[in-house]
Design a protein around this ligand. Structure first.
Ligand code: HEC
Length: 107
């Protein structure tokens, strides 16, 4: 019985944590060094891998949209080789932070 109660409380704790992930734009600022080369290289910038690809602008984009896009790349439901590799290295917290950072109004 004790074991069962312990297992349930672990599950509850995990559930509570999943709901309290809050994006922190200041933390996100430290994570985007690996994104800026492509996403902030200027309007109309294209990568040449795996094909020539237009790189979307992230600044000012809605946080929920960014978060969803990154999770879809990570899960493989949205397909892009480059973004899959990058999103796979990110935790849920980092994704939330990055989304909050890019969602800030332009200064
Ligand atoms: C090597 C170049 C490159 C790097 C580095 C890169 N991206 Fe991307 N990113 C792309 C390309 C190309 C696309 C468009 C892919 C597509 O059409 O799905 C994209 C798409 C996206 C999208 C979807 C945007 C939209 O409007 O739908 C998001 C969000 C994103 N990247 C976030 C990031 C973040 C966050 C990082 C850093 C952690 C990052 N990217 C690093 C090339 C890059």
């Amino acid at each position: 019985m004790k074991k069962l109660i312990f297992a349930i409380s672990l599950l509850l704790a995990a559930g509570a944590q999943a709901q309290t992930i809050q994006g922190n734009a200041a933390a996100g600022k430290n994570d985007v060094f690996m994104c800026e080369g492509c996403h902030n290289a200027g309007r109309g910038y294209k990568t040449a891998f795996p094909d020539v690809y237009a790189v979307p602008m992230l600044n000012g984009q809605n946080a929920g949209y960014l978060e969803q896009a990154l999770k879809e790349y990570r899960a493989g439901t949205r397909r892009n080789q480059t973004m899959k590799a990058i999103a796979s290295s990110l935790t849920d917290q980092e994704i939330a932070d990055i989304a909050a950072y890019y969602a800030q109004p332009a200064k």
